[in-house]
Design a protein around this ligand. Structure first.
Ligand code: C2E
Ligand code: CA
Ligand code: CA
Length: 280
């Protein structure tokens, strides 16, 4: 580990202990109705000197140096508490939390999550865990743990589908409830024939296996139109909303209904379209 990494890790540990981390929440919206179906919790860290440090930088560091379980538990507790607050305020949604495959290796992890849900009074079916497969932690090895989660009613999404190691066998054998199509395939829609073919096939496959499909990284009206035509279930991305603070989410939800009507019947005028895309 370099000296910079060591320092960053120490600062992260301190940030975790002192409550300096927070979660931002990005809406996932039904392509059919525009309704907010759930939000994805994404960790945010504003370092006192370095400013905003992206999770892509510090999550792997936490994974490598034994801090990931603390981070995972903090994220779960924070997201579930937030769900309770929204629920009390009348915002009906579910919450998705990113879970490192390392945290799944603990056999008692499903029980711990169930206890957290119970303690914070959140029905387990309002929680989805988003899992990414890494080279060293093939999800297939976690069959028991994943099955335990499903028995408890917790949803399981396979993240970044189409990149890395997530393969067809995992899909057939593991008890997932949702597939998230990686942004790299969404970006090419609707112009790239290849991306169209890939996205259409993944949607068909997922539906054939009874899974819900979310497209990540939707940034343009044309991508949304293409995904709706292909029968994708949920969309997520800057076109709909950036990751938001909890209070911003409530404000977004009240604006969103009117905006959705414009998104699905977009203006012909190119300038108006651009403006619509810039106000995600
Ligand atoms: P991810 O789970 O694939 O999350 C999606 C990433 O894409 C997020 O980046 C989000 O801010 C970004 N994004 C969303 N919509 C758009 C869009 O329309 N265009 C573009 N260009 N980007 C978009 P973020 O927040 O930097 O997170 C990066 C990764 O860090 C996440 O990828 C996830 O793997 C990991 N991560 C974030 N929070 C947590 C956490 O609490 N625990 C764990 N274990 N990992 C986390
Ligand atoms: Ca995710
Ligand atoms: Ca993803």
């Amino acid at each position: 580990m370099t000296r910079d990494e060591r320092r960053l890790l120490d600062d992260l540990e301190q940030a975790l202990a002192s409550g300096a981390l927070r979660l931002a929440y990005q809406p996932k919206v039904s392509t059919e109705t525009g309704q907010l179906v759930r939000v994805e919790a994404l960790v945010r860290w504003t370092h006192p000197v370095l400013g905003a440090v992206p999770p892509a930088r510090f999550v792997p560091l936490a994974e490598e140096h034994g801090l990931i379980d603390d981070l995972t538990q903090w994220a779960l507790r924070t997201a579930l508490r937030q769900w309770r607050e929204w629920h009390a305020a009348g915002l009906d949604t579910a919450v998705a939390v990113n879970i490192s495959a390392l945290s799944l290796q603990k056999l008692d992890f499903p029980d711990l999550v169930e206890r957290l849900c119970r303690a914070l009074d959140v029905p387990t079916d309002r929680l989805v865990l988003e899992l990414t497969e890494g080279a060293t932690q093939p999800l297939i090895k976690l069959m028991d743990t994943l099955t335990r989660f499903r028995i408890k009613g917790v949803g399981l999404a396979i993240d970044d589908f189409g990149t890395g190691y997530s393969g067809l066998i995992q899909l057939r054998k593991l008890p997932f409830t949702e597939i998230k199509i990686d942004r790299q395939f969404v970006t090419g829609l609707p112009t790239s024939r290849d991306d169209q073919v890939i996205v259409r096939s993944v949607i068909e496959l997922a539906h054939g296996l009874g899974l819900q499909v979310t497209a990540e990284g939707v940034e343009t009206v044309d991508q949304l139109t293409a995904l709706r035509a292909l029968g994708c279930d949920l969309v997520q991305g800057y076109l709909l909303a950036h990751p938001l603070d909890p209070a911003e989410l409530v404000a977004w939800a009240s604006r969103h209904k009117r905006r959705w009507k414009l998104l699905v019947r977009p203006p012909e005028d190119a300038l108006l379209r651009q403006r619509l895309e810039a106000n995600g």
